[in-house]
Design a protein around this ligand. Structure first.
Ligand SMILES: C[S@@+](CC[C@H](N)C(=O)[O-])C[C@H]1O[C@@H](n2cnc3c(N)ncnc32)[C@H](O)[C@@H]1O
Length: 161
């Protein structure tokens, strides 16, 4: 499952690797582009238009949950991270990359207010119960279009429930 999946680049990549992918976003136009991208690559993905503020993730239903550059206020992050944890099967994989609070000083993309940015500590606390936890702060050059361009500060999450 790919959350806040936008125009579908992660979902379509996973589908080309033979995963069955469902993606969720509240942007209908983004999901339409996801379907177009999937068609271009000769794969199919399931798209669901929903607001993650109150999206129910089925309990222990997913082998993997991916969320790349999904940024929310702290209350929503807390609630969503709990739902993501509960939605993974035991042994399931969580993959995330999000901008960290240090990103504000780079100004090369992402949210402009600190409230929407993440920290390693917050993510470690959110997924502390997982059997394997790998969470790192990374400074790297991102070249992903005009709005995500340049040296950037992110947190990368790779955890197994
Ligand atoms: C920066 S884009 C990232 C898209 C994609 N994950 C990627 O890596 O290319 C953030 C996405 O989060 C979605 N989004 C933001 N808030 C949301 C919410 N409350 N519910 C569902 N989607 C949301 C936006 O529509 C947007 O497509």
């Amino acid at each position: 499952m790919c959350l806040a999946e936008g125009e579908g680049r992660n979902a379509v990549y996973l589908a080309t690797q033979r995963f069955d992918v469902t993606c969720v976003d509240f942007s209908e136009s983004g999901l339409k582009k996801t379907q177009q991208l999937a068609e271009t690559h000769g794969v199919s993905v399931c798209t669901e238009c929903a607001d993650l503020s109150h999206y129910e993730i089925e309990h222990e239903a997913w082998d993997g949950i991916v969320m790349i550059f999904g940024h929310f206020d702290e209350d929503l992050r807390t609630s969503l991270y709990q739902r993501m944890s509960a939605g993974l099967k035991p042994g399931g994989t969580l993959l995330m990359e999000v901008y960290s609070k240090e990103q504000l000083s780079f100004g090369t993309g992402g949210p402009k207010t600190i409230e929407y940015l993440n920290s390693k500590q917050e993510l470690e606390a959110a997924f502390a119960e997982f059997s394997s936890v790998s969470i790192q702060e990374v400074t790297r050059e991102i070249k992903e279009g005009a709005f995500h361009n340049g040296m950037s500060a992110t947190v990368q999450v790779q955890c197994i429930k």
